[in-house]
Design a protein around this ligand. Structure first.
Ligand code: ARG
Length: 586
């Protein structure tokens, strides 16, 4: 379906042309005086200069040609030359019914579907998940779903951190503890055991121990670096250990991320096979050179206002780095998926890393000129004290504890709101708790820091996930009652609005397709949150001012029900792309 603003603008341009002016002056915007009108056109002011006439005369002339418009019910020229517009109720009702029957609630499928890779989550294997990974997962999942809704082909990749020094540290610590294991015997040529030589609990203890020790114990650190190098250069026993580490952690991560609906599980180590050829080519092409024993590519540009250091490919010992795996991952992705765009949802403090990687990738021809490389940097999640969110004992908050805290708070609130059995209450609090966390995060512009406030996020009032869910559940309950009374919710047609709040709700609904398009173009889930908050408010106002089920005129009642159904579908599509869902009851 055409966006409503495009329909209106078309009509307005027609009127400018008919009145003898250039069509470009017929640009329409949402009204900035909603008390006076719904949309407005300021074109007469600009046209006045070009045609050397008074703006109000031009406006009056244009308005003449809109008298019979099927779109507007009120068009007026006001001083000094604004054209104020109100949409006609039947046009609006038709638009509503078009949304109901059209695909994707009136959002046109992408004209040129692109293939997009969203790189998000980014958990580090064997290290506990922390809130940074939570943000990446929440935002990335939503960015992915928005792009899919817009008709693009999207692959989400969690891009695990499974290739750095942390692997060498784990190997070294394990070696200290269990030197007899066959993985450490270079002469061993049998098959390696299927069972991992550690549990997830051990693994999670091994890493911090090793990391701490490496900071105080130089030979230990060197051993870990050596192990990393050997792992990266294909030592068989270490590769087998890496597989164990991956299996054990990914199982745990999946359980942890399960709440967050993340789906693809590749990692830095998958890019390893692409590194040697990539590096060789960069050397052959004359881009990579040795500087201070390391292999680097210059990526600074004349227009830089801050220093952009060379992109490091290999350390002096030949070990690859974070930049190397990211570059090789680009090679891999181009080869396997040939994407039009790759979007990275990562902490904004990594911006410089991505500037280097993107520039290097372009300079060395790893991508085409058209391939989009986009860094979607997000801000920090802070506690109420304004400092990065911490646990009670001051450590970095683990994701599972955070979700547990939210669910507990939600459970308390839900049990207090109405009596229900324990099992149901727990099920509901999980669903609503997830909405609280995700909405609390996504309603802020991603790049900004925000304050994680359990109390506010779990509140059923205000701009929160639970408030949106309450609104959906309220609609579901009305629709259920309507059916219990013998009605069929899908039957009616939305009718021309008879009062202000009904019209306001319909006007809000018309904005869905253009809002969604913007959310896609800007990778901006917060625009969807802002929209559904307005929509939920418009609905609740309508609900409080209208007798719906008690309406005696059956056709009118069926019209209301159809409007409710559309409102529910729009809200549900929005929360679906935000990555959560609504329960049947709350
Ligand atoms: N594992 C990284 C970290 O925890 C994030 C990975 C982000 N994605 C990427 N392609 N570099 O900081």
């Amino acid at each position: 379906m055409k966006k409503i603003l495009d329909r209106i603008t078309e009509e307005m341009k027609g009127a400018f042309t008919a009145a003898g002016y250039d069509a470009t002056y017929g640009k329409v915007t949402l009204s900035n005086r909603p008390d006076l009108c719904e949309y407005q056109c300021n074109g007469a002011m600009a046209a006045a200069k070009a045609y050397k006439k008074k703006p109000i005369d031009i406006a009056n002339g244009v308005v003449e040609h809109l008298k019979d418009s099927k779109i507007f019910e009120e068009v007026s020229a006001v001083m000094p030359g604004f054209i104020n517009l109100k949409i006609g109720s039947s046009f609006l009702a038709d638009y509503m019914n078009g949304m109901r029957t059209g695909e994707k609630l009136g959002m046109e499928p992408a004209e040129h579907p692109e293939s997009v890779i969203v790189d998000y989550g980014g958990a580090n294997v064997a290290k506990p998940l922390h809130v940074g990974h939570l943000r990446s997962a929440i935002i990335g999942e939503s960015v992915k779903r928005i792009a899919r809704f817009a008709g693009h082909h999207v692959i989400g990749d969690v891009h695990l951190g499974d290739w750095g020094l942390q692997m060498g540290l784990i190997i070294t610590e394990l070696h200290e503890r269990k030197p007899e294991l066959c993985y450490f015997d270079e002469n061993y040529d049998g098959a390696y055991p299927e069972e991992a030589p550690f549990t997830i609990a051990e693994l999670e203890e091994i890493y911090p121990t090793a990391s701490k020790r490496s900071k105080e114990d130089e030979p230990y650190k060197e051993a870990a670096m050596q192990a990393t190098y050997e792992l990266q250069h294909g030592r068989k026993g270490y590769q087998a250990l890496l597989q164990h580490i991956l299996n054990v952690s990914v199982t745990d991560l999946k359980r942890n991320y399960a709440n967050l609906n993340v789906d693809l599980w590749k990692g830095e180590s998958d890019a390893q096979p692409y590194i040697p050829d990539m590096v060789q080519k960069m050397k052959d092409d004359g881009f990579a050179y040795v500087s201070d024993n390391a292999l680097v590519v210059d990526v600074k540009e004349d227009t830089d206002t801050k220093e952009v250091p060379p992109c490091m490919l290999l350390k002096s010992d030949g070990a690859s780095l974070y930049t190397t795996t990211d570059l090789a991952t680009i090679v891999e992705r181009m080869k396997l998926y040939n994407p039009d765009e790759i979007i990275y949802v990562v902490d904004k403090r990594q911006e410089m890393h991505f500037i280097q990687v993107f520039r290097c990738a372009r300079k060395c021809g790893l991508v085409t000129d058209e391939t989009g490389l986009k860094f979607l940097g997000f801000g920090t999640m802070n506690g109420k004290d304004g400092k990065p969110f911490k646990t009670r004992d001051g450590g970095v908050m683990r994701l599972e504890y955070l979700l547990k805290d939210i669910n507990e708070e939600m459970l308390k609130k839900i049990e207090a709101s109405r009596p229900m059995d324990e099992e149901e209450a727990e099920k509901i609090s999980k669903i609503v708790g997830l909405s609280a966390v995700k909405y609390g995060d996504l309603s802020n512009q991603a790049s900004k820091d925000y304050i994680f406030d359990v109390d506010r996020f779990t509140s059923s009032e205000g701009n929160t996930g639970p408030y949106i869910l309450y609104t959906i559940v309220r609609i579901k309950s009305i629709l259920r009652k309507y059916e219990e009374m013998g009605g069929t919710a899908g039957d009616g047609q939305i009718t021309a609005s008879a009062n202000e709040s009904e019209k306001a709700l319909q006007l809000e609904l018309t904005k869905f397709n253009s809002m969604m398009e913007t959310a896609y173009e800007e990778s901006a889930p917060h625009k969807i949150c802002a929209y559904i908050y307005d929509l939920a408010n418009a609905f609740n106002k309508f609900y409080h001012e209208t007798k719906i089920l008690a309406e005696e005129d059956e056709a009118k009642k069926a019209g209301y029900i159809a409007l409710l159904t559309l409102t529910k579908e729009v809200l549900e599509s929005c929360i679906d792309v935000l990555g959560f869902e609504a329960p049947e009851r709350m």
